[in-house]
Ligand binder design. Structure first.
Ligand SMILES: [Zn+2]
Length: 111
């Protein structure tokens, strides 16, 4: 699992790191899951993210031969996750910005 946080000035921003090459994964990357030999989704659910098709091919070819993997476009995986969790991105970001603003006001206020 390659979900991580990057420090950008004073803010921690979420990022996804490619499990194959270590670069930051953009919306064009893929979420990978493993299939069991009977073609169902593995109960262990190892999940990986890669930055593109070349890293997908390299990742899969480095796995044991009897493993089968499938790739979901990362944007589709995340969009469906957001929907299934009933997350309203605009409302969440507004809440986070208001929280950050109130913390800054408190930090900069007189003592
Ligand atoms: Zn990569």
């Amino acid at each position: 699992m390659a979900f991580t946080l990057k420090l950008n000035d004073e803010y921690l921003l979420p990022a996804i790191v490619c499990d194959q090459c270590g670069e930051i994964v953009t919306a064009g990357g893929f979420h990978l899951s493993r299939l069991t030999p009977d073609q169902s989704i593995s109960s262990e659910q190892p999940a990986h993210q890669v930055c593109g098709e070349a890293c997908y091919e390299a990742f899969v070819s480095a796995q044991p031969l009897d493993d089968e993997w499938f790739a979901i476009p990362l944007d589709a995986y995340l969009a469906n996750l957001v929907r299934s969790l009933n997350i309203d991105p605009d409302a969440v970001l507004a809440r986070e910005q208001a929280l950050t603003a109130s913390e800054h006001t408190r930090d900069e206020g007189p003592e």
